[in-house]
Design a protein around this ligand. Structure first.
Ligand SMILES: Cc1cc2nc3c(=O)[nH]c(=O)nc-3n(C[C@H](O)[C@H](O)[C@H](O)COP(=O)(O)OP(=O)(O)OC[C@H]3O[C@@H](n4cnc5c(N)ncnc54)[C@H](O)[C@@H]3O)c2cc1C
Ligand SMILES: *[C@@H]1O[C@H](CO)[C@@H](O)[C@H](O)[C@H]1NC(C)=O
Ligand SMILES: *[C@@H]1O[C@H](CO)[C@@H](O)[C@H](O)[C@H]1NC(C)=O
Ligand SMILES: *[C@@H]1O[C@H](CO)[C@@H](O)[C@H](O)[C@H]1NC(C)=O
Ligand SMILES: *[C@@H]1O[C@H](CO)[C@@H](O)[C@H](O)[C@H]1NC(C)=O
Ligand SMILES: *[C@@H]1O[C@H](CO)[C@@H](O)[C@H](O)[C@H]1NC(C)=O
Length: 546
């Protein structure tokens, strides 16, 4: 029988499974290809990881379907009925969302910030983001330097203040040690901190301004998946033969573009994958879906001979990998103590003093000071959730549970101490007491299979870098002697307009599967003589040869 082309997909996350699913399902492909998915971890799903905590289903990674209209993830979720559940789930439904939006903003010290201040800053922030996304004219904010989102926001806030009357500028203290201006800055900070999490850019001064308008969102509601995000992964994997996905198969080197591959390898396949257990696998095509973090580490270690690719990737590709931003975002779940008459932590957004302020509460740990909010995962849940970005997120990974509980308790105390309706005296007497009994946190930064959470456009790069990353190798115009499409790249960080999302990963997997299907065009051309099986299949499939 004629040899089938071997396609190896590295990584069983959204991109890898989508590619395998598409290839396997394509008419005739089963006969034409030998498909294999190798996954370094002990589970499929990658950055999608639904688990349980305190009796509730929680998402350690991907959480939201970012806009349901046109989302392929939403379509799958609908088809498999993953959008219905008897039990409450993380961030369920509209009422929850409204509650979250309406959540009070509290200032360090325990005051609820008055509505007018929150409103004016919220509207300012929204206007600025609308400008950066190219939705509205710059208006009052024209002429502002816009190299990064961070600098644009900072200068715009200054301009907002400059436009105020002298009277308004008067720095009168309105709550405790807070002046109006300090408070406005802190409330603005809540939005910036939420932005750090959304974009993955822990430092907004490193988030490119121009690229912001290229990012696309689907219209419609943003929802979570009642049955868990993992159901989407399971649905994609369910049609694949069980032995197609190999777990615990960490790739440590990918040899490609060998000029004498025919002689040196009996299989005659141009790519060799080396695994951590010393085994190897040969392939005609490898779809690499590892995270941008893993790629960065893989191209950096090259000098020491420890690089992921041999030969190393061409400079253009390597530069794009190194230039693009890739952030660490972590989620922290805390289960609240429900016994006794301890008060419940409210849904709240937290406006902190600047970290250099003399007024800051010294018992709030630094790694909490950029946390935008804390809220129960559904209306009435005893499980609370906060998101962390950057070095705060990394610190969280290294702290033990007690230190986390202590730090969060102290922070919550500082934000509720002045309001009797939320907290009683008991709270004060238990100032550093353990309000929480259990924690669960993600560790995306230190996990060697991820080394971070999702990508963004850093200052100094552009959307072009995503496209460069997506280009297959070898480049046919240059290396026309080598077999084509040895390395293909998929994954969230290869999608120019939907990067950082599950649907971006999905589209990228589809794109690379289609690239191969098109290359092998069952309608004929290139490889028609290479594989009898392919030829027969095409006929059976009713396709016409030229
Ligand atoms: C905390 C967090 C929250 C998020 N929230 C959302 C959200 O709300 N909505 C949304 O749309 N997206 C969200 N995302 C992003 C989304 O999860 C990712 O964009 C998407 O899942 C990435 O899929 P992927 O296939 O590109 O990569 P991955 O899921 O990373 O898959 C790559 C796979 O490769 C494996 N691998 C790595 N190295 C090797 C190796 N050397 N050998 C073999 N296998 C290897 C990994 O184990 C992994 O399984 C979030 C991500 C995180 C971390
Ligand atoms: C921002 O843009 C959205 C959608 O384009 C619009 O609905 C909203 O009113 C705008 N917000 C502000 C403050 O201009
Ligand atoms: C804040 O103001 C109060 C008075 O409202 C004062 O007693 C306190 O010392 C101030 N705190 C700091 C840290 O300066
Ligand atoms: C959540 O609580 C509010 C009252 O605080 C209530 O109006 C709403 O119906 C609740 N939502 C759900 C989904 O239970
Ligand atoms: C919320 O929880 C309380 C007790 O924990 C319970 O009595 C109440 O019925 C719950 N409400 C909803 C809407 O689930
Ligand atoms: C995925 O979830 C499991 C718990 O089900 C956990 O042990 C593991 O650490 C999680 N992975 C990451 C990267 O957070």
């Amino acid at each position: 029988m004629a040899k089938r082309s071997k396609i190896v997909v590295v990584g069983a996350g959204m991109a890898g499974l989508t590619a395998a699913h598409k290839l396997y399902k394509a008419a005739g492909a089963k006969e034409a290809f030998e498909i294999c998915v190798v996954e370094g971890g002990q589970r499929i799903g990658g950055r999608i990881n639904t688990t349980e905590f305190g009796g509730d289903k929680v998402e350690m990674g991907a959480t939201w379907i970012h806009g349901i209209c046109g989302s392929p993830i939403y379509e799958i979720a609908q088809n498999i009925k993953a959008l219905e559940s008897e039990k409450p789930w993380e961030c369920m439904g509209h009422l929850f969302e409204e509650k979250l939006l309406a959540a009070e903003t509290r200032a360090e010290g325990g005051f609820v910030v008055e509505h007018d201040i929150v409103e004016s800053i919220s509207s300012l922030y929204e206007t600025l983001m609308n400008i950066s996304q190219g939705k509205v004219e710059k208006g009052d904010f024209s002429g502002i330097q816009e190299s990064s989102i961070g600098s644009f926001l900072k200068l715009s806030l200054q301009k907002f203040w400059d436009s105020k009357s002298e009277e308004e500028k008067l720095a009168k203290k309105i709550y405790g040690n807070w002046s109006k201006r300090m408070l406005e800055e802190a409330v603005f900070g809540v939005f910036e901190n939420a932005e750090r999490v959304h974009t993955g850019a822990a430092d907004l001064f490193n988030l490119d301004y121009a690229a912001e308008s290229e990012y696309r969102m689907f219209p419609g509601d943003e929802i979570t998946i009642p049955q868990g995000y993992t159901t989407i992964i399971d649905a994609l994997a369910s049609i694949l033969p069980v032995d197609m996905i190999q777990l615990g198969r960490k790739v440590i080197k990918i040899e490609w573009s060998k000029s004498e591959y025919c002689e040196s390898h009996t299989s005659g396949r141009p790519v060799t994958l080396h695994f951590s257990d010393g085994s190897i696998m040969q392939a005609d095509h490898v779809i690499v879906t590892v995270s941008l973090g893993v790629l960065k580490a893989g191209v950096l270690n090259h000098e020491s001979g420890g690089g992921l690719f041999s030969p190393s990737l061409p400079p253009l590709k390597k530069d794009a990998i190194l230039r693009l931003g890739y952030g660490v975002i972590n989620k922290l779940f805390l289960q609240e103590e429900e016994e006794g008459n301890l008060c419940k932590t409210p849904f709240m957004k937290m406006a902190f003093h600047r970290s250099d302020s003399e007024f800051r509460h010294k018992n709030i740990p630094w790694w909490m000071r950029k946390t935008a909010s804390i809220y129960p995962i559904y209306n009435n849940s005893s499980v609370l959730l906060s998101w962390f970005a950057g070095k705060e997120a990394l610190e969280l990974e290294s702290l033990d549970d007690e230190a986390i509980i202590d730090g969060v308790s102290k922070t919550v105390s500082s934000f509720t101490s002045n309001s009797n309706q939320v907290c009683n005296d008991k709270m004060d007497s238990k100032d550093s007491g353990f309000l929480f009994r259990k924690v669960l946190k993600s560790k995306w930064g230190s996990d060697p299979l991820f080394l971070g959470s999702y990508s963004y456009v850093a200052v100094g790069c552009s959307g072009d870098d995503f496209d460069t990353l997506a280009q297959p190798l070898p480049r046919n115009d240059k290396d026309f002697d080598s077999p084509p499409l040895q390395l293909l790249f998929a994954g969230e960080a290869t999608h120019r307009t939907h990067y950082s999302t599950t649907h971006g990963a999905y589209f990228s997997g589809l794109r690379e599967a289609n690239r191969l299907l098109q290359h092998y065009n069952f309608l004929g051309q290139r490889r028609i003589c290479a594989s009898l099986a392919l030829f027969v299949t095409s006929l059976e499939g009713g396709m016409i040869h030229p």
